[in-house]
Design a protein around this ligand. Sequence first.
Ligand SMILES: Nc1nc2c(ncn2[C@@H]2O[C@H](COP(=O)(O)OP(=O)(O)OP(=O)(O)O)[C@@H](O)[C@H]2O)c(=O)[nH]1
Ligand SMILES: [Mg+2]
Length: 222
Amino acid sequence: MTVIHTDLVLPCLNEAAALPWVLSRLPEGYRAIVVDNGSTDGSAEIAAAASAQVVHETRRGFGAAAHAGLLAATAPMIAFCDADASMDPAELPLVVDPVRAGTADLVLGRRRPVTAKSWPLHARLANSSLSWRLRRITGVNIHDLGPMRAARRESVLNLDLRDRRSGYPLEMFLKAAEANWRILEVDTTYSPRVGRSKVTGTVRGTLIAINDMSALLRETRR
Ligand SMILES: Nc1nc2c(ncn2[C@@H]2O[C@H](COP(=O)(O)OP(=O)(O)OP(=O)(O)O)[C@@H](O)[C@H]2O)c(=O)[nH]1
Ligand SMILES: [Mg+2]
């Protein structure tokens, strides 16, 4: 029997078109936990049929889903990835292996777009200005607050993350930096998502994300 070393949390809101490919790409030793937030397109059934563990989270929000996945996980390593096929789970060892090897405490996948369509201009600009601010605040040399990431599960639990919306990935980064974690950035490929955009692909989603993140940054600087 294969030993599961990493639980992969996949927050999922109506990703029926992307899930079969995403779930087929997990390397050996990884287990998928799909956290469904009331999808109406059969995402949960598709995930279950592909033998993923399905967690239902009634509270809306990216952070609520990501955190429910963290709480449901049991493996020593935890990884996060979008469920929209923009990232390839086959690349997970790039972020997980340095944590397993003990050379990093948090590894973030820097999104390297394969085509101009992978990443809308407004999202790219918002992200690079955020990264610039984060480099200044924390001294960590990051260029993208990438959603594909990995750390030791118990260490992330100990960060006591509170955000349940779009600020969750930022809060994880800020608290890890504050705790002097060794944070590493590696390149990962970024392709156009499958299905409809929900967060930064829409202007409304980007504004919500910027709002959630700005509140966290204001708190950090106090
Ligand atoms: N469970 C849950 N998942 C969500 C929610 N919002 C987004 N997601 C999922 O979180 C991941 C990231 O959301 P995306 O919609 O890809 O956001 P993005 O990458 O910023 O922008 P686009 O890919 O352009 O939409 C995807 O797997 C979504 O299905 C939510 O409220 N609940
Ligand atoms: Mg996406």
